[in-house]
Ligand binder design. Structure first.
Ligand code: ZN
Length: 429
């Protein structure tokens, strides 16, 4: 490990503040950590929630039985490098070695592998491109800053808050949606920040303040139908547990429902959804649309004259019960895009469940976005708003299974169990 760089990235004040927190939260034995991790699992289980724990290979190596037990109780264990080091600060080849070494430890101790997260969310594009195909199914490293009134009004900002924000380099939720996206070799499942360390140590918020921020993050992601991928650290789990209860109670009340799940299940679903399609059959009366999707897929429609109030999904959409729909006129309730539209936008909209047409039929679609409008809209959020505020008839697949409107995952970075685990990070070469 490059100690000089590690020191320069943090500075003496941050290191001193962080060290005093660690001394108060970790002991020489792992028992304290084990108890609070198990307590948080039990609290989450009351709401049918199991966490995803990103765990360094060294921690799995030191506490294999404990980690196996968490997996047995339903937690997903995911790779968090081998040593807890910033993978974006070392050469991609060295970072890949760290991931491979972690995987061999996972395999040795019978821990399932699906995805990884770099410590400090450190993961460069070069690293993602260097990871051999089939090593992982997903990465969860892209941070999205989801703010709301409670966060905006928290003024007690400390150095910890800003230092962590610098590490995470989040994209603002005002421009970027919090949903998975497929890269060539793996799925990226973004993570929502601020995290618990920023809220508690960075803003000095106690449990009620943390709950309020999380509830606003839940409300924003639910309103948009997005994923709330919450990140916490088991060192704070005794403080977070009360907030988990309040948050998940709220999540259970929302309609349409919030899918409470793990990242490996999100990964399975997003790949299942990628196979959904619609076939369009013109006939003498108009068009018959035939939808192909799995049993838990949801097809939504809006902007039609028909009365479908029995199947209203929310205030805008109704849910199609049949997987075929005959339209009385030659309507194309799809999203047409200029043929010059960037491929990444076409892929992005398809991943959001829209039926996107880019060929000569694009201009006959009920919602058509020309090249000039597309470039004026710019951000993901603006493009979605443009489509959703149109009153034109539109049909789409929904983003989540079984009619759920949004999703939530509780993900913990299980970085260390004892003070020794922390100290060993500094002594590694
Ligand atoms: Zn970590």
């Amino acid at each position: 490990m490059n100690f000089k760089k590690w020191y320069a990235d943090r500075g003496p004040k941050f290191i001193a503040q962080r060290a005093s927190k660690l001394f108060s939260r970790y002991g020489i034995s792992a028992q304290r950590s084990k108890t609070r991790i198990e307590d948080s699992m039990q609290t989450l289980a009351k709401f049918g929630c199991a966490p995803t724990f990103f765990t360094p290979g060294t921690v799995v190596e030191r506490y294999p039985q404990f980690i196996q037990g968490l997996q047995k109780e339903g937690a997903e264990i995911a790779v968090h490098s081998y040593q807890h080091i910033d993978l974006s600060a070392i050469k991609p080849a060295e970072a890949v070695d760290q991931l491979m070494k972690a995987l061999s430890v996972f395999e040795k101790f019978g821990i399932e592998n699906h995805g990884f997260r770099g410590p400090y969310l450190g993961c460069s594009k070069e690293l993602l491109d260097s990871i051999p195909a089939d090593l992982f199914e997903y990465s969860s490293n892209q941070a999205i800053w989801v703010d709301g009134p409670a966060l905006d009004s928290a003024t007690n900002q400390t150095l910890i808050f800003d230092t962590l924000r610098r590490f995470y380099q989040p994209a603002p939720s005002s421009e970027t949606v919090s949903n998975p996206s497929m890269r060539t070799n793996l799925l990226e499942i973004p993570v929502c920040v601020p995290d618990d360390l920023q809220l508690h140590d960075g803003l000095n918020l106690k449990s009620p303040g943390i709950s309020q921020v999380w509830i606003e993050m839940l409300q924003q992601t639910h309103a948009r139908g997005d994923l709330f991928n919450l990140i916490f650290h088991p060192e704070l789990s005794s403080i977070c547990t009360e907030s988990f209860e309040i948050l998940l109670e709220q999540a259970k009340l929302l309609k349409p429902a919030v899918w409470i799940t793990r990242l490996c299940d999100i990964n399975d679903w997003w790949k299942e959804k990628a196979g959904f399609k619609v076939d369009v059959h013109p006939n003498s009366e108009g068009l018959t649309l035939e939808f192909t999707c799995s049993a838990r897929g949801t097809v939504l429609a809006k902007g039609f004259d028909h009365t479908y109030s029995d199947n209203l999904w929310n205030e805008t959409y109704f849910e199609l019960q049949d997987k075929t729909l005959t339209l009385p006129t030659n309507q194309h309730p799809f999203v047409g895009l200029d043929y010059k539209a960037p491929e990444q936008i076409v892929t992005f909209l398809r991943e959001q469940g829209y039926i996107v047409i880019t060929d000569h039929m694009a201009t006959s679609c009920e919602v058509y976005i020309d090249a000039e409008t597309l470039s004026r809209l710019g951000s993901q959020v603006n493009i979605i708003d443009y489509i959703e505020t149109s009153s034109a008839p539109l049909i789409r697949f929904w983003k989540w299974p079984n009619g759920a409107k949004s999703a939530i995952c509780i993900t913990g970075d299980l970085d260390a169990m004892t003070l020794f685990d922390y100290a060993s990070r500094l002594s590694t070469p």
